[in-house]
Design a binder for this molecule. Structure first.
Ligand code: DC
Length: 218
């Protein structure tokens, strides 16, 4: 999609628990941008489906839910926010039930179309760092600023359990990589950053160097 928006996006993609959110937060703070967590949008729809006792694999029911929902995506000056019919799901977005079902909901093309439009809308308002799975490949394919963050699977699983979360990252990665619409992939033009053995500070410095090489004035 050629962009005529007056603002720019830095796209950060990668598998579950690869450190995308931490990196995106740090970059946003240092560069004065809004950090947009696109995974929270897929989590929010999943949470609402579970609240309404909708089977996440029932596409028609999830699509019907989408039509009934007023989804408001904004920001608090630092990071993205989301409400569904005026309600903020908060920490429930990271529950075990949402972790287990979010890939199923995220594979539904109509869900993706709706959320991608809301994601692109941020660029009409502000400069952003957006993290997800398809940001460099689908949401903002024309941005020159793209990083694919990676870390070894055992490192990623350990990060999730250290956070006290039950999350089968390998299962989620397989589902997110093998779906037919907008699978997790290294976007054309993205630089790969493997942070398996990096401190947060080292990852941020490596990312800033990549962005500089991609033409960002940092
Ligand atoms: O980044 P996260 O782990 O919070 O994302 C939760 C799920 O949402 C992830 O398993 C796949 C889906 N997702 C997606 O399909 N596309 C995105 N741009 C972001 C997340």
């Amino acid at each position: 999609m050629p962009s005529t928006a007056p603002h720019f996006a830095i796209a950060i993609d990668g598998p579950a628990a690869s450190g995308k959110s931490t990196l995106a937060h740090q970059l946003a703070t240092r560069l004065g941008l809004i950090m947009v967590n696109s995974g929270a949008m897929y989590r929010a729809i999943t949470w609402q489906a579970l609240q309404d006792h909708i089977d996440p694999s029932d596409h028609a029911a999830v699509i019907d839910l989408l039509h009934r929902l007023t989804i408001e995506c904004g920001d608090d000056g630092l990071s993205s926010t989301i409400t569904l019919n005026g309600c903020d799901p908060g920490d429930a977005l990271r529950s075990e039930a949402v972790n287990a079902n979010v890939s199923t909901v995220a594979a539904i093309p109509e869900v993706r179309a709706k959320l991608v439009a809301l994601q692109r809308d941020y660029l009409t308002r502000t400069n952003i760092v957006m993290e997800g799975r398809d940001i460099g490949s689908v949401v903002f394919p024309d941005t020159p600023y793209k990083i694919y963050v990676h870390a070894a699977e055992h490192v990623r699983s350990a990060r999730r359990s250290n956070m006290g979360e039950i999350d089968s990252v390998a299962q989620r990665d397989a589902a997110d990589s093998n779906r037919s619409t907008a699978p997790l992939m290294v976007a054309p033009g993205a630089a790969i950053l493997d942070n398996s053995h990096h401190s947060i500070e080292a990852s941020v410095l490596a990312a800033l160097e990549i962005l500089k090489q991609q033409g960002l004035a940092v």
